[in-house]
Design a protein around this ligand. Structure first.
Ligand code: HEC
Length: 252
Protein backbone atom coordinates (compact mmCIF):
# COMPACT_ATOMS: atom_id res chain seq x y z
CA UNK A 1 0.00 0.00 0.00
CA UNK A 2 2.80 2.33 1.02
CA UNK A 3 4.66 1.77 -2.24
CA UNK A 4 1.51 2.49 -4.26
CA UNK A 5 1.15 5.77 -2.41
CA UNK A 6 4.79 6.59 -3.10
CA UNK A 7 4.37 5.92 -6.82
CA UNK A 8 1.25 8.08 -6.94
CA UNK A 9 2.99 10.90 -5.12
CA UNK A 10 6.05 10.69 -7.35
CA UNK A 11 3.98 10.72 -10.52
CA UNK A 12 2.21 13.86 -9.28
CA UNK A 13 5.53 15.54 -8.63
CA UNK A 14 6.97 14.62 -12.03
CA UNK A 15 3.88 15.74 -13.89
CA UNK A 16 3.97 19.03 -12.03
CA UNK A 17 7.64 19.43 -12.92
CA UNK A 18 6.78 18.65 -16.53
CA UNK A 19 3.98 21.21 -16.55
CA UNK A 20 6.35 23.82 -15.16
CA UNK A 21 8.70 23.00 -18.06
CA UNK A 22 11.01 25.90 -18.70
CA UNK A 23 10.66 27.32 -15.20
CA UNK A 24 10.33 31.09 -15.40
CA UNK A 25 10.44 31.18 -19.20
CA UNK A 26 7.38 32.73 -20.79
CA UNK A 27 6.11 31.23 -24.00
CA UNK A 28 4.20 32.73 -26.88
CA UNK A 29 0.99 30.94 -27.69
CA UNK A 30 0.28 29.45 -31.11
CA UNK A 31 -2.96 27.97 -32.40
CA UNK A 32 -2.26 24.89 -34.46
CA UNK A 33 -4.79 23.36 -36.82
CA UNK A 34 -3.70 20.04 -38.29
CA UNK A 35 -6.62 20.10 -40.76
CA UNK A 36 -5.17 23.17 -42.47
CA UNK A 37 -3.51 21.34 -45.39
CA UNK A 38 -1.91 24.34 -47.13
CA UNK A 39 -0.26 25.23 -43.80
CA UNK A 40 0.95 21.63 -43.35
CA UNK A 41 2.35 21.62 -46.89
CA UNK A 42 4.27 24.85 -46.34
CA UNK A 43 5.52 23.49 -43.01
CA UNK A 44 6.65 20.24 -44.61
CA UNK A 45 8.53 22.09 -47.35
CA UNK A 46 10.26 24.33 -44.85
CA UNK A 47 11.13 21.45 -42.55
CA UNK A 48 12.61 19.47 -45.43
CA UNK A 49 14.71 22.38 -46.64
CA UNK A 50 15.94 23.79 -43.37
CA UNK A 51 15.85 21.03 -40.77
CA UNK A 52 16.24 17.59 -42.33
CA UNK A 53 19.96 18.10 -42.85
CA UNK A 54 20.29 17.46 -39.13
CA UNK A 55 16.96 16.17 -37.77
CA UNK A 56 15.18 12.98 -38.79
CA UNK A 57 11.46 12.18 -38.47
CA UNK A 58 12.25 8.51 -38.46
CA UNK A 59 8.94 7.27 -37.06
CA UNK A 60 7.08 8.64 -40.08
CA UNK A 61 7.06 7.48 -43.65
CA UNK A 62 7.22 9.90 -46.59
CA UNK A 63 4.27 8.19 -48.25
CA UNK A 64 1.97 8.54 -45.26
CA UNK A 65 2.89 12.20 -44.84
CA UNK A 66 2.37 12.91 -48.55
CA UNK A 67 -1.09 11.26 -48.45
CA UNK A 68 -2.17 12.94 -45.22
CA UNK A 69 -1.18 16.46 -46.20
CA UNK A 70 -2.37 16.10 -49.77
CA UNK A 71 0.81 16.17 -51.88
CA UNK A 72 0.85 13.77 -54.88
CA UNK A 73 3.60 11.14 -54.60
CA UNK A 74 5.50 12.22 -57.71
CA UNK A 75 5.61 15.88 -56.61
CA UNK A 76 6.67 14.87 -53.13
CA UNK A 77 9.43 12.64 -54.47
CA UNK A 78 10.73 15.28 -56.89
CA UNK A 79 10.77 18.18 -54.46
CA UNK A 80 10.82 16.97 -50.89
CA UNK A 81 12.96 13.85 -50.86
CA UNK A 82 16.70 14.27 -51.17
CA UNK A 83 19.34 11.67 -52.00
CA UNK A 84 18.18 8.28 -53.18
CA UNK A 85 15.47 7.69 -50.57
CA UNK A 86 12.17 6.35 -51.88
CA UNK A 87 8.64 7.46 -51.03
CA UNK A 88 7.98 4.22 -49.12
CA UNK A 89 10.88 4.77 -46.72
CA UNK A 90 11.06 6.19 -43.23
CA UNK A 91 12.08 9.84 -42.96
CA UNK A 92 15.54 9.09 -41.66
CA UNK A 93 18.73 11.04 -42.34
CA UNK A 94 22.30 10.09 -43.11
CA UNK A 95 24.08 12.06 -40.37
CA UNK A 96 25.67 9.78 -37.79
CA UNK A 97 24.71 10.82 -34.22
CA UNK A 98 28.28 10.25 -33.00
CA UNK A 99 29.71 12.74 -35.52
CA UNK A 100 26.96 15.25 -34.79
CA UNK A 101 27.76 14.97 -31.10
CA UNK A 102 31.29 16.14 -31.90
CA UNK A 103 30.14 19.02 -34.09
CA UNK A 104 27.34 20.43 -31.96
CA UNK A 105 28.09 19.14 -28.46
CA UNK A 106 24.74 17.30 -28.56
CA UNK A 107 23.29 15.18 -31.36
CA UNK A 108 20.25 16.76 -33.09
CA UNK A 109 17.36 14.65 -31.73
CA UNK A 110 14.74 12.97 -33.88
CA UNK A 111 11.76 15.35 -34.00
CA UNK A 112 8.85 12.98 -34.73
CA UNK A 113 7.48 13.28 -31.21
CA UNK A 114 8.94 16.62 -30.20
CA UNK A 115 5.60 18.44 -30.33
CA UNK A 116 4.14 15.98 -27.84
CA UNK A 117 7.15 16.27 -25.57
CA UNK A 118 7.57 20.03 -25.66
CA UNK A 119 4.20 21.28 -26.89
CA UNK A 120 3.46 23.64 -29.81
CA UNK A 121 3.89 26.81 -27.71
CA UNK A 122 7.39 25.79 -26.71
CA UNK A 123 8.37 25.00 -30.31
CA UNK A 124 6.88 28.25 -31.60
CA UNK A 125 8.79 30.22 -28.97
CA UNK A 126 12.02 28.26 -29.42
CA UNK A 127 12.15 28.85 -33.18
CA UNK A 128 11.57 32.58 -32.58
CA UNK A 129 13.79 32.72 -29.51
CA UNK A 130 17.32 32.89 -30.96
CA UNK A 131 19.42 35.97 -30.26
CA UNK A 132 22.98 37.15 -30.67
CA UNK A 133 25.43 35.91 -28.04
CA UNK A 134 29.11 36.04 -29.00
CA UNK A 135 30.13 33.86 -26.05
CA UNK A 136 28.46 30.82 -27.64
CA UNK A 137 30.14 28.61 -30.30
CA UNK A 138 27.57 29.56 -32.99
CA UNK A 139 27.30 33.17 -31.84
CA UNK A 140 23.67 32.63 -30.77
CA UNK A 141 21.71 31.69 -27.70
CA UNK A 142 18.03 30.98 -27.16
CA UNK A 143 15.57 32.36 -24.59
CA UNK A 144 13.68 29.11 -24.10
CA UNK A 145 16.67 26.74 -24.47
CA UNK A 146 19.61 28.25 -22.67
CA UNK A 147 23.04 27.53 -24.21
CA UNK A 148 21.51 25.54 -27.03
CA UNK A 149 23.82 23.52 -29.30
CA UNK A 150 21.81 24.26 -32.45
CA UNK A 151 22.86 27.13 -34.74
CA UNK A 152 20.17 29.63 -35.78
CA UNK A 153 19.52 27.96 -39.12
CA UNK A 154 16.73 30.37 -40.08
CA UNK A 155 18.82 33.50 -39.62
CA UNK A 156 18.57 34.35 -43.34
CA UNK A 157 14.80 34.50 -43.00
CA UNK A 158 14.34 36.01 -39.55
CA UNK A 159 17.52 38.04 -39.19
CA UNK A 160 19.52 37.95 -35.98
CA UNK A 161 17.92 39.44 -32.93
CA UNK A 162 20.37 41.77 -31.17
CA UNK A 163 19.17 40.98 -27.66
CA UNK A 164 16.93 38.51 -25.86
CA UNK A 165 13.52 38.68 -27.54
CA UNK A 166 10.60 39.17 -25.16
CA UNK A 167 8.23 36.27 -25.32
CA UNK A 168 4.97 35.58 -23.56
CA UNK A 169 4.05 39.25 -23.21
CA UNK A 170 0.49 40.24 -23.96
CA UNK A 171 0.45 43.12 -26.42
CA UNK A 172 -1.67 46.04 -25.29
CA UNK A 173 -1.95 49.80 -25.72
CA UNK A 174 -0.73 52.06 -22.94
CA UNK A 175 -3.82 54.19 -22.19
CA UNK A 176 -1.74 57.31 -21.42
CA UNK A 177 0.76 57.39 -24.27
CA UNK A 178 -1.15 55.32 -26.82
CA UNK A 179 2.02 53.29 -27.47
CA UNK A 180 1.82 49.53 -28.01
CA UNK A 181 3.52 47.86 -25.06
CA UNK A 182 4.57 44.32 -24.33
CA UNK A 183 4.39 43.23 -27.97
CA UNK A 184 6.09 39.86 -28.09
CA UNK A 185 9.19 39.10 -30.09
CA UNK A 186 12.43 40.74 -31.08
CA UNK A 187 12.81 44.46 -30.50
CA UNK A 188 15.96 45.19 -32.52
CA UNK A 189 17.90 43.23 -35.11
CA UNK A 190 21.71 42.93 -35.44
CA UNK A 191 21.23 41.70 -39.02
CA UNK A 192 17.97 41.72 -40.91
CA UNK A 193 16.44 38.75 -42.68
CA UNK A 194 14.43 38.38 -45.86
CA UNK A 195 11.10 38.11 -44.01
CA UNK A 196 9.08 40.65 -42.06
CA UNK A 197 8.53 39.57 -38.43
CA UNK A 198 4.83 38.75 -39.07
CA UNK A 199 5.80 36.74 -42.13
CA UNK A 200 8.41 34.82 -40.14
CA UNK A 201 5.92 34.12 -37.34
CA UNK A 202 3.43 32.77 -39.88
CA UNK A 203 6.10 30.52 -41.44
CA UNK A 204 7.05 29.18 -38.00
CA UNK A 205 3.40 28.54 -37.22
CA UNK A 206 3.21 26.41 -40.37
CA UNK A 207 6.27 24.45 -39.31
CA UNK A 208 4.97 23.91 -35.76
CA UNK A 209 1.66 22.85 -37.28
CA UNK A 210 3.51 20.29 -39.39
CA UNK A 211 5.44 18.99 -36.36
CA UNK A 212 2.18 18.77 -34.39
CA UNK A 213 0.67 16.67 -37.18
CA UNK A 214 3.78 14.43 -37.43
CA UNK A 215 3.59 13.72 -33.70
CA UNK A 216 0.00 12.54 -33.97
CA UNK A 217 -0.77 11.53 -37.56
CA UNK A 218 -3.76 9.35 -36.72
CA UNK A 219 -5.56 12.31 -35.16
CA UNK A 220 -6.50 13.52 -38.62
CA UNK A 221 -8.19 10.20 -39.30
CA UNK A 222 -9.85 10.03 -35.88
CA UNK A 223 -11.30 13.50 -36.33
CA UNK A 224 -12.68 12.54 -39.72
CA UNK A 225 -14.26 9.35 -38.39
CA UNK A 226 -15.64 10.94 -35.20
CA UNK A 227 -18.94 12.32 -36.65
CA UNK A 228 -19.74 8.93 -38.20
CA UNK A 229 -19.08 7.17 -34.91
CA UNK A 230 -21.44 9.57 -33.15
CA UNK A 231 -24.07 9.12 -35.85
CA UNK A 232 -23.75 5.35 -35.50
CA UNK A 233 -24.29 5.61 -31.74
CA UNK A 234 -27.37 7.77 -32.22
CA UNK A 235 -28.86 5.30 -34.69
CA UNK A 236 -27.97 2.34 -32.46
CA UNK A 237 -29.80 4.02 -29.62
CA UNK A 238 -33.18 3.55 -31.32
CA UNK A 239 -33.21 -0.31 -31.54
CA UNK A 240 -31.47 -0.51 -28.16
CA UNK A 241 -34.20 1.62 -26.61
CA UNK A 242 -37.00 -0.35 -28.29
CA UNK A 243 -35.42 -3.66 -27.31
CA UNK A 244 -35.08 -2.49 -23.74
CA UNK A 245 -38.77 -1.53 -23.69
CA UNK A 246 -39.71 -4.91 -25.15
CA UNK A 247 -37.72 -6.82 -22.51
CA UNK A 248 -39.14 -4.91 -19.58
CA UNK A 249 -42.70 -4.78 -20.92
CA UNK A 250 -43.96 -7.75 -18.87
CA UNK A 251 -42.01 -7.02 -15.69
CA UNK A 252 -44.10 -5.22 -13.13
C1 HEC B 1 23.05 22.18 -38.34
C2 HEC B 1 22.24 21.17 -37.72
C3 HEC B 1 20.83 21.55 -37.32
C4 HEC B 1 19.83 22.03 -38.14
C5 HEC B 1 19.90 22.32 -39.63
C6 HEC B 1 18.65 22.17 -37.31
N1 HEC B 1 18.93 21.78 -36.03
FE1 HEC B 1 17.61 21.67 -34.51
N2 HEC B 1 19.06 21.01 -33.26
C7 HEC B 1 20.37 20.79 -33.63
C8 HEC B 1 21.11 20.33 -32.46
C9 HEC B 1 22.59 19.97 -32.43
C10 HEC B 1 20.20 20.28 -31.39
C11 HEC B 1 20.46 19.85 -29.94
C12 HEC B 1 20.73 21.08 -29.14
C13 HEC B 1 21.10 20.82 -27.71
O1 HEC B 1 20.68 19.80 -27.13
O2 HEC B 1 21.82 21.66 -27.16
C14 HEC B 1 18.90 20.72 -31.93
C15 HEC B 1 17.75 20.82 -31.18
C16 HEC B 1 16.52 21.13 -31.69
C17 HEC B 1 15.28 21.14 -30.94
C18 HEC B 1 15.15 20.86 -29.46
C19 HEC B 1 14.80 19.43 -29.28
C20 HEC B 1 14.66 19.08 -27.82
O3 HEC B 1 13.54 18.77 -27.42
O4 HEC B 1 15.66 19.12 -27.10
C21 HEC B 1 14.29 21.48 -31.80
C22 HEC B 1 12.81 21.60 -31.50
C23 HEC B 1 14.89 21.69 -33.08
N3 HEC B 1 16.24 21.47 -32.98
C24 HEC B 1 14.18 22.06 -34.21
C25 HEC B 1 14.79 22.34 -35.43
C26 HEC B 1 14.05 22.82 -36.56
C27 HEC B 1 12.55 23.04 -36.62
C28 HEC B 1 14.96 23.01 -37.56
C29 HEC B 1 14.71 23.57 -38.91
C30 HEC B 1 14.30 24.94 -38.94
C31 HEC B 1 16.27 22.62 -37.04
N4 HEC B 1 16.12 22.23 -35.75
C32 HEC B 1 17.43 22.63 -37.78
C33 HEC B 1 20.91 20.95 -34.89
C34 HEC B 1 20.25 21.41 -35.99
Amino acid sequence: MKSILKVLLLSCVTSLAHAAGGGDVHLDHVDVDIRDKPSLQRGAAMFTNYCMGCHSLKYSRYERVADDIGIPHNLYEENLIFGDAKIGQLMDIAMAPSMAQGWFGAPPPDLTLVSRLRGPDWLYSYLRGFYKDESRPWGVNNVVFKDVGMPHVLVDLQGLCAEKPELGGKAGIDPLSGVVVGAPGCKSFATTGSMEPQEYDAAIRDMVNFLAYVGEPSRLESEEIAPYVLLFLVILFVPAYLLNREYWKDVH
